[in-house]
Design a binder for this molecule. Structure first.
Ligand SMILES: C[S@@+](CC[C@H](N)C(=O)[O-])C[C@H]1O[C@@H](n2cnc3c(N)ncnc32)[C@H](O)[C@@H]1O
Length: 288
C-alpha cells in the first residue's frame, strides 16, 4: 500500500494510490456456514459477492479491499487519541467476507439501520449500505474519516451516474443518502436507533466497553450488537441484563484467521428512564 503523504493535515488529505504491486488476492466468498441466530439475514449471491469484490478492489478501494489499510494518523489525530478516555488508535479490520457472514448470521435485513462503532476507513458501513441498509460509520481519526468520505463520494457518484448499470442491478436496494460517516467519538453519538451495531472493541478496556454498553442498552428490543467483548458478561462491576448473548461467530480478521465475536440481542431497556444518557448527539444533528 502506498499513501501520498506521511502525516496528513487538512491541507494534504490522505489519498489511496493504486498499488503497483496489486493485490494478488482471489475473491474470497462468505461461506454462510453454520446457522443463523434466530432468523437469517442478508445473504449475497456468489455473483453479487464477485461484483462487490471487483468494484471495491478496482475503483473504490484501489486494490485494498481485503488488505488492511493502515492510515498514518495526523498530528491532530494523535492529540485527540492522547486525551483520556478515548479508545486506542490501533487499526485492524474484519475481512469483508467475514462481515457478510456476520450480517447473515445476526439476521440483518435491508430495511434496517446499521452502525459501525470505530469505522476506520469505512468499508463495513459501505458494504452494509450496498446491501440496502441505512449505514453510519463513526470514527475518531480524521485521517481515516477522510478516506471513508472519499470512498463514499466514489461510491455515490458511481451509483448516481449509472442508474441502469449492472452494479445498480446487482445492488437494487441501495438508498440515496443512506450512507454516513461521522468523525467523532462513539461515546458522543446517539446510535440508539440502530437495529444492528458492529463494535470492534478489541483495543478498548472494560470501562470503555461499558460506556458503549451504557448507550447500547437503550437500543430497541430485538436489535443486535456484535462485539469482541461479551457485553452480557463484563464482570461484577458492569452488569447489563439488557443484553442476551445469542452466540459466537468465528471469522477471519486482518490479525487472526479465526477471531471470536459475540452476538447479542437487546432484550429490554432499563426501567429508570432518567438513566438514559442525555448529552449524546444524533447523526442527523452531527456536524463533521
Ligand atoms: C480495529 S479498528 C476497526 C475498523 C472496522 N470497524 C473493522 O472492524 O473492520 C477500530 C477503529 O476504532 C477507532 N476508534 C478508537 N477509539 C474511538 C472512539 N472513541 N470513537 C470512534 N472511533 C474510535 C480507531 O481509530 C480505529 O480506526
Amino acid at each position: 500500500m502506498k499513501l501520498n503523504s506521511g502525516i496528513p493535515s487538512a491541507a494534504s488529505m490522505p489519498v489511496l494510490v493504486e498499488d503497483s504491486e496489486r493485490s494478488q488476492d482471489e475473491t474470497v466468498l462468505a461461506s454462510y456456514s453454520g446457522e443463523a441466530f434466530q432468523r437469517s439475514g442478508i445473504r449475497l449471491s456468489v455473483d453479487q459477492q464477485c461484483r462487490l469484490f471487483n468494484m471495491f478492489d478496482t475503483d473504490i478501494c484501489k486494490g485494498h479491499y481485503r488488505r488492511n489499510v493502515n492510515v498514518p494518523l495526523s498530528i491532530e489525530d494523535e492529540a485527540v487519541f492522547k486525551q483520556p478516555g478515548h479508545g486506542a488508535d490501533t487499526y485492524g479490520e474484519i475481512m469483508p467476507e467475514s462481515f457478510l457472514e456476520v450480517l447473515w448470521r445476526s439476521g440483518a435485513t435491508s430495511r434496517e439501520r446499521f452502525y459501525d462503532l470505530g469505522s476506520g476507513t469505512g468499508k463495513l458501513a459501505a458494504i452494509a449500505w450496498l446491501t440496502g441498509m441505512r449505514a453510519t460509520g463513526i470514527e475518531l481519526s480524521r485521517a481515516r474519516s477522510e478516506l471513508a468520505w472519499q470512498m463514499q463520494a466514489r461510491l455515490e457518484s458511481r451509483f448516481a451516474e449509472a442508474s441502469k448499470s449492472t452494479e445498480k442491478c446487482s445492488f437494487p436496494k441501495i438508498r440515496t443518502g443512506g450512507l454516513k460517516y461521522l468523525c467523532g467519538s462513539i461515546f458522543d453519538v446517539d446510535f440508539t436507533d440502530a437495529d444492528v451495531v458492529f463494535f470492534s472493541s478489541v483495543m478498548f478496556n472494560k470501562y470503555q466497553v461499558s460506556r458503549v454498553a451504557t448507550i447500547a442498552r437503550w437500543m430497541k428490543p430485538g436489535s443486535r450488537i456484535i462485539s469482541f467483548h461479551d457485553l452480557s458478561n463484563l464482570g461484577a462491576d458492569y452488569d447489563f441484563p439488557e443484553f442476551k448473548l445469542l452466540g459466537e461467530i468465528y471469522v477471519a480478521t486482518s490479525w487472526k484467521a479465526e477471531s471470536c465475536w459475540f452476538v447479542h440481542e437487546v432484550v429490554d431497556n432499563p426501567p429508570e428512564v432518567e438513566l438514559r444518557p442525555q448529552d449524546l448527539i444524533h447523526p442527523n444533528n452531527w456536524n463533521g
